[in-house]
Ligand binder design. Structure first.
Ligand code: NAP
Length: 214
């Protein structure tokens, strides 16, 4: 499949591109600066310009699937949380519907299933993720939502703890590399379509952990 990654130069995105290649996909790396094109090419992907606050839809042309792993990050303001994590994600979903790109994997966040379970400074971010997830779930797309807990730059283990359609609030941090591998697994397994999967660090091989039961 041709897979467009929005947030391709981010911590998860950078780790995802070579893994998509290894799995036999043709990745497109969507970034907002041409300065990042060489790094995207080095990871085996076709770079394209796309800005979630501006023009992003054209960067998705020709894709069979889209992965959203962009984010405004913790050092910007809530304005950027709304414009990127919420509105940008929703615009990406709508662009896929318009372009008939049927498959969408969203990197969301632990807690986004139930924002009322979160208090304090993180809550606006969790609400933004919740609303974007809900828009995706109500769309016509074949969607999977991954909700990782706190991310680390540790080496990937190939193992996670996954909770399909439940969002428990305790567990170990997870390496970005393992979230990237979980994205690849979702694209390989249509049984993950229609599910929201909370991810922690854990001991179960990713392919097994992401398999919905029943
Ligand atoms: N940090 C955590 O512990 C945690 C926990 C759960 C979920 N998450 C979620 O996991 C996802 C990926 O995390 P990460 O650590 O890989 O993030 P990251 O390293 O901060 O990367 C985010 C990427 O999004 C891009 N981006 C920001 N604004 C954009 C815009 N307007 N248009 C296009 N791209 C834009 C950034 O581009 P530039 O390179 O140009 O800045 C960056 O490459 C995010 O959705 C995040 O909310 C994070």
């Amino acid at each position: 499949m041709t897979v467009a990654v929005i947030g391709a130069h981010g911590g998860i995105g950078r780790r995802l591109l070579p893994r998509l290649n290894e799995a036999g996909h043709d990745p497109i790396g969507v970034v907002r600066s041409e300065d990042q094109f060489a790094a995207i090419r080095d990871r085996g992907a076709e770079p394209r310009l796309g800005d979630l606050e501006g023009e992003v839809a054209s960067a998705l042309d020709g894709a069979d699937a889209v992965v959203f792993t962009a984010g405004a990050g913790g050092s910007t303001g809530w304005d950027k949380t709304i414009l990127v994590d919420l509105w940008g994600a929703e615009r990406a979903v709508h662009a896929c519907e318009e372009k008939e790109i049927d498959r969408f994997v969203m990197v969301s966040s632990r807690g986004a299933g139930d924002p009322e379970s979160r208090q304090g400074p993180i809550k606006p971010y969790i609400v933004a993720k919740h609303v974007a997830d809900r828009t995706l779930q109500r769309s016509s797309l074949d969607e999977t939502i991954l909700r990782p807990t706190r991310l680390t730059d540790a080496e990937g283990t190939g193992r996670v703890a996954a909770y399909v359609d439940t969002d428990p609030d305790a567990g170990d941090p997870i390496p970005r590399a393992d979230v990237a591998q979980a994205v690849v697994q979702c694209l390989a397994d249509d049984n993950t379509v229609g599910h929201a999967i909370t991810l922690y660090g854990g001991d179960t091989p990713i392919g097994e952990a992401l398999r919905p039961s029943g």
